[in-house]
Ligand binder design. Sequence first.
Ligand code: ZN
Length: 130
Amino acid sequence: MKPGDDYQCPQCKKETFLKKESVMDGWTKKGDVLKCASCGHVVCELSGKTNSETHSSDPLKSSAAERFKSILGVDDFEKKPVIDSSVEETRFCKDCIHLIPHPFILRCSRFNKDVNPMDDCPDFKKRIGK
Ligand SMILES: [Zn+2]
C-alpha cells in the first residue's frame, strides 16, 4: 500500500484513496501512517524510521567512517619517524640529537630554548651512540 492507492474504507464504507500523514510526538516525527482520505481512519503504519534515525544507525556509513579513520591512523603512523621501538621509555632531552651540551645549561637546537635533561620532548630524536 502507498499514498494515492484506491481504498475501500471499512470505516466510512466509501471508495476513497490512501493519504500519508506524519505521526508527531511533540516535535519528534515518530513515523508515517496511511489514512483513509475521507474519514481519517488509520489503514496502516509505514516504516517508523525518521531521517535522524537512518543517519545515526546506518551501518554502511559508520563502517565507512571506521575504515577512513583506520586508514588515517595507519597513514599517520607511517609518517612518524621510527627511530627505535624502545624510544617511548627514553624520550628525554639528554638523549636527543637536538641537544647542545653546555657546562651550565642545555640548549635544544630544535626549539632554540633551554631544556632540562629529563624533559620529554614531542620532537625527540634519539641520539645514536655517545
Ligand atoms: Zn474512511
